[in-house]
Design a protein. Structure first.
Length: 402
């Protein structure tokens, strides 16, 4: 079953998405998401200029071999552009295999380990009262797990405050927005937010919070400790994770569960975090960590060390990614939770899909392959628009992690 054709489709139905389409000699096509927020065209070029020409003529069933052909064989390894491109090829090949065998991808992975996968939504507000309302809205929609973020008094454009209730989108069209950060104000404010949320909603709903890489390890230890009474499901990205050993400091100070990994690209980015039991949830994704093939290896290592999965699922991960994540989540034994940020209606129309949400959980559906398609004619009506994530600065102007 040879690959005979392929193309990269860049479209912007509400936000930018890069999608790889591979076609076999039997006319079966598979899709892979290759979206890298704010750097979309670099992956599109990597795929069309350097990967697609090498795929023509290869056997689409040789998924493991193709992965190594593109990773081990390319000499240059790792990095978000390379790994998003490899992830897209890998995802498209699993999609093709499923369609060829008339089977949903989760069955190829070993079948369902659960009925459906618990997801969390994003509640955010300009004030604590607004955040309370947003959490209540998610609970009304059936969610059992909600991430809560709130603007911080005296901090301009704090992370996580969206523009709509359901469609939080941090990328801005044109040049990056500049936001301002104050660790002092944040550390003093966040415990009061969760104290209020627990007062309003009790302990039956899972509450999550994303620090978005903004603290030093000792500051993160302090935050985790001050949030212990509110029993978070997890505290996400408390500190930048290039230095994996830094998480030892956080662990020495708090039992608040830690989730990390949405920007990781390979197992090497998280091996120490997992092997030393420095985290509780690994957030690597199909799209940015080299596809289903590589994600399974990360999950297997994590399973040995009691670390569960909690894959990133923001709006910049397209519907093809979300579907791939749901097939993976349904199968993997050490599943924890899946992030689910709803796509806009325009996006959903461009990518018709079989996955569904019900009572706080999702199912990938039973269509053959991944169960997502791309309406190319409609996609063509939404051309690429340059857009970037914000750049963050401390109050004195120093650039800080966003
Ligand atoms: C999350 C993330 C996102 C990212 C975005 C960057 O936990 O969902 O932190 O909101 O900011 O995916 O591209
Ligand atoms: Mg995050």
């Amino acid at each position: 079953m040879r690959i005979v054709d392929g193309k990269v489709i860049v479209c912007s139905p509400g936000r930018n998405f890069v999608t790889l389409k591979l076609v076999t000699e039997d006319g079966v096509h598979g899709l892979g998401d290759a979206t890298l927020n704010g750097r979309e065209l670099a992956v599109a070029s990597y795929l069309s200029d350097h990967v697609l020409p090498l795929l023509i003529g290869r056997d689409a069933r040789r998924i493991e071999d193709t992965w190594h052909y593109l990773y081990t064989g390319a000499y240059w390894r790792r990095g978000p552009v390379t790994m998003a491109a490899i992830g897209a090829v890998d995802t498209a090949l699993w999609d093709i295999l499923g369609k060829t065998l008339d089977t949903p991808v989760y069955q190829l992975l070993g079948g369902a380990s659960r009925e459906s996968v618990m997801v969390y939504g994003h509640a955010n507000g300009e004030t604590v009262d607004d955040t309370v309302k947003a959490v209540a809205h998610y609970i009304d929609m059936g969610y059992r797990a909600v991430r809560a973020q709130c603007a911080i008094p005296g901090v301009l454009h704090a992370y996580g405050v969206g523009r709509g209730q359901l469609y939080y989108e941090p990328a801005e069209k044109g040049r990056p927005l500049e936001s301002v950060w104050s660790t002092e104000r944040y550390l003093d404010f966040v415990p009061s937010l969760f104290e209020r949320l627990r007062k309003e909603f009790g302990f039956d709903v899972h509450l999550l919070h994303d620090v978005h890489h903004r603290l030093t390890p000792i500051e993160a230890g302090r935050l985790g400790k001050s949030l212990e009474p509110y029993r978070l499901f997890w505290l996400e990205d408390p500190t930048p994770a290039e230095l994996q050993s830094a998480f030892r400091i956080i662990r020495q100070h708090t039992t608040t569960p830690i989730a990390v990994g949405e920007v990781f690209n390979t197992i090497f980015d998280c091996a120490q975090l997992i092997e030393e039991h420095l985290i509780d949830y690994i957030r690597t994704t199909v799209i940015h960590a080299g596809g289903i093939t590589h994600l399974r290896k990360i999950a297997a290592l994590a399973e040995l060390h009691h670390v569960r999965t909690g894959a990133h699922g923001a709006t910049d991960l397209g519907p093809v990614s979300l579907a791939a994540a749901l097939h993976f989540d349904l199968n993997v034994h050490n599943f924890g939770i899946q992030e689910y940020m709803r796509h806009t209606e325009e996006t959903d129309r461009v990518f018709p899909h079989a996955y569904s949400f019900q009572r706080g959980a999702m199912h990938p559906g039973d269509a053959p392959g991944l169960g997502v398609d791309l309406d190319e004619a409609l996609a063509a009506k939404y051309p690429y628009e340059p857009a970037y994530l914000p750049v963050n600065r401390l109050q004195d102007g120093t650039v800080h992690s966003w």
